[in-house]
Design a protein around this ligand. Structure first.
Ligand code: GTP
Ligand code: MG
Length: 307
């Protein structure tokens, strides 16, 4: 049976009292529905899949988020996108994409996760903003080594990217436990990537990871995630520092040491994934309606102005 905290015990252990009501609709009761929605997802446009690009500081949990979505969908913990244990420099150093296998071997969900090297604060270390811009445009092929100091060779440069090569949603992964240690230069780089994505019209979402390491309340029970005053403040900080609106920021706890899946962890992961799919699907539909250069959309807007 779950232990129920009395108010004074709670304050003694965790400092500030939890909020009386969760400040956002909690996804606990919608795990099955969200799981089904993500499993049933099929792009309605001519694109074969939805491509999600993950970026953020080294060790923030980018590769772990891919594994966590894989685990939530397959009902068992997986480690296909290799995650690291060290934090000082980036573990992922090549550009790789992952697809999630369906129950039948050889068949995949129409979701592609592109994993990048961590964005480090200085230049000459970590993924560079211009390299990520090329990925957003679909111009870099898999296997490209980040930060090699030179532009991609012909082998890794895609001169004619199709809608399937381009990125459809940009996800910024930020660790709640390290947020206060991140400096202005790291946020500058994150903002620069976001500006590039905005120019291309790509929707952006932020994932706040390691909420269990950062917040005692959440470590005790993930169900307190939207009742923790501290975590709400951290999410507001992410919003201010990156410019991503609050309704596009999602706290998740990635699978890291667990050997079995957990309903509460799955609920947060799937609720974030559902939103990522919704935003990406809108973008894909707009792109396909507009044609590659956006002319049809402009023509449509002009017609409306003259109507
Ligand atoms: N407790 C906890 N640990 C996490 C969480 N997310 C990731 N980790 C751990 O953090 C470490 C780094 O995670 P990665 O997924 O490798 O991070 P990354 O962003 O891919 O890192 P680079 O590829 O080096 O840029 C690993 O040991 C993970 O197990 C989380 O939500 N909670
Ligand atoms: Mg990684």
């Amino acid at each position: 049976m779950d232990y129920i905290w009395s108010a004074w015990e709670y304050i003694r252990w965790f400092g500030k009292p939890p909020l009386k009501q969760p400040w956002r609709d909690v996804p606990w009761g919608r795990r099955r529905e969200n799981l089904q929605r993500v499993k049933d997802y099929q792009p309605h446009s001519e694109a074969q899949h939805l491509r999600v690009l993950l970026h953020g500081p080294p060790g923030s949990g980018k590769s772990s988020f891919i594994n966590s979505v894989d685990s939530a969908l397959r009902g068992k913990t997986t480690t296909r996108a290799l995650a690291a244990t060290a934090y000082d420099c980036s573990f992922t150093n090549t550009y790789n994409s992952f697809r999630i296998q369906r129950d039948r071997p050889g068949s995949h969900y129409p979701l592609v996760f592109s994993d990048t090297m961590g964005i480090e604060r200085g230049s000459g270390t970590g993924a560079e903003v211009n390299e990520i811009k090329l990925i957003l445009e679909g111009r870099i092929r898999e296997g490209f080594k980040f930060n090699s100091g030179s532009p991609p060779s012909a082998q890794f440069y895609n001169a004619n990217p199709t809608i399937n090569d381009k990125v459809h949603v940009l996800v910024c992964v930020i660790p709640a436990s390290m947020l206060d240690l991140m400096d202005e230069r790291s946020f500058r780089k994150i903002k620069d990537v976001r500006d590039d994505a905005s120019e291309l019209g790509i929707p952006q979402v932020a994932i706040l990871t390691k909420i269990d390491e950062a917040c005692n309340v959440v470590q005790y029970s993930l169900q307190y995630v939207y009742r923790s005053y501290w975590l709400k403040k951290q999410m507001e900080k992410v919003s201010v520092m990156t410019g991503i609106p609050m309704h596009c920021i999602f706290p998740v706890r990635n699978y890291s040491s667990e050997i079995e899946t957990d309903d509460d962890m799955d609920s947060l992961i799937l609720s974030a994934m559902r939103k990522i799919i919704d935003y990406g699907e809108d973008f894909l539909n707009d792109q396909c309606a507009a044609g590659d250069d956006g002319t049809q959309e402009i023509a449509l807007n002009q017609n409306m102005e003259h109507a």
